[in-house]
Design a binder for this molecule. Structure first.
Ligand code: ATP
Ligand code: SF4
Ligand code: MG
Length: 337
């Protein structure tokens, strides 16, 4: 019996945008491949501008891929007819950082939760209301809150409302893009627990995008690290956070200011030098070479291969070794351990 295909397979995904003057191209996503298994939480980290949101938007078809393939349960979304695509797409949802942007200030909470069902218009008003009330209850909000308006709710309650709205679509895959970043520290844990609870109860799969390493290391099964539109490392969460293989991941972990246990930091703090380069004109070869303490000629000459150094732990660096060390010498293009 063959294994079920991953819920999401992304192959060599590219997303490009024209610059404002239309004279150049922003390579926001520059050849990214990964699979997400049904029921897992796949964390995606990286600095601002590394392409995380664009990857998230592309896999739920809110951003148009310029190249590559996006398969849901083994089916290429590009091959679906308009109607089949619209029906399938309901089950692929995205939740953003700012709940205010998702909620209409003139609608009651219950109306907002019910709105996507109204747009689809397949069921009776009574049924839509029943589904909306059930979704509110599932995220821990009462019917009394359903009668209020967004400005009468706290940030955490509003994010729960957005989650309830998403649940009415019976999603099986949700991109969570910085979903707790705008919330007070004191309630972030509650909202993260809600995501975990919903995952257990409903069998959801998450692509969890965040700047916050402490969040991602707690909730993810696997983690991918993005840099300037490409993935540089991917593997089981514990391996990526405790035994990172890529110099960029190591720098990110050591630069994390708070909340990471000391065992997750390097003894010698690595400071990331300089700004992330422009995705309009990224460095040749390895995109990280302008900030990498280990960079040498080969790094400018060729892009590193995406290599599986230990089972399930992938890295894109010419000189990274499976034990976390870096190959020291490179003579005439020959790499010596
Ligand atoms: N609609 C767009 N038009 C032009 N450029 C865009 C557009 N969306 C994103 N970009 C550019 O693509 C690159 C990746 O942006 P993206 O928002 O995906 O990064 P991110 O990793 O999510 O960053 P952050 O952590 O700040 O949210 C950036 O250089 C950004 O300016
Ligand atoms: S390929 Fe070169 S520049 Fe890129 S991470 Fe590895 S050592 Fe650094
Ligand atoms: Mg983003």
């Amino acid at each position: 019996m063959s294994a079920a295909p991953p819920i999401l397979s992304v192959r060599d995904l590219r997303v490009e945008f024209p610059t404002a003057d239309r004279h150049a191209t922003v390579k926001a996503v520059d050849g990214v491949s990964f699979d997400i298994r049904r029921g897992e939480t796949f964390g995606l980290i990286g600095e601002s501008g590394s392409g995380k949101t664009t990857i998230g938007r592309a896999v739920v078809h809110l951003a148009r891929a310029s190249g590559g393939q996006i398969l849901h349960d083994g089916v290429d979304a590009a091959t679906l007819s308009g109607d089949a695509f619209r029906k399938a797409r309901r089950h692929w949802q995205i939740v953003f950082q700012d709940p205010n942007a998702a909620l209409n200030p003139r609608m009651t909470i219950l109306e907002s939760v019910q709105e996507p069902l109204n747009i689809i218009g397949e069921t009776t008003m009574v049924e839509r209301r029943r589904v909306a009330v059930e979704a509110l209850e599932r995220v821990g909000l009462s019917l009394e809150i359903g009668a209020r308006y967004p400005h009468q709710l706290s940030g955490g309650q509003k994010q729960r409302v957005v989650i309830a709205r998403t649940l009415t679509m019976q999603p099986d895959f949700i991109v969570c893009d910085e979903v707790v970043a705008a919330l007070d520290m004191s309630i972030r844990g509650d909202v993260l627990n809600l995501f975990a609870e919903l995952q257990r109860e409903l069998g959801l799969t998450y692509l969890f995008i965040t700047h916050d390493l402490s969040v991602v290391s707690h909730i993810s099964d696997r983690i991918a690290v993005a840099y300037l539109g490409r993935l540089v490392e991917m593997g089981p969460a514990e391996q990526v956070t405790e035994a990172p293989l890529h110099p960029y991941t190591r720098a990110l972990l050591s630069a994390e200011p708070i909340a990471l246990p000391s065992r997750l930091r390097e003894a010698r703090r690595i400071i990331l030098q300089g700004e992330i380069p422009s995705p309009i004109d990224p460095p040749s070869g390895c995109h990280f070479r302008t900030r990498c303490p280990h960079a040498r000629d080969m790094c400018a000459a060729s892009a590193p291969q995406w290599r599986e150094l230990t089972t399930g732990h992938w890295v894109a660096c010419h000189f990274a070794n499976a034990d976390g060390s870096m190959t020291k010498e490179c003579k005439n293009g020959e790499v010596l351990s």
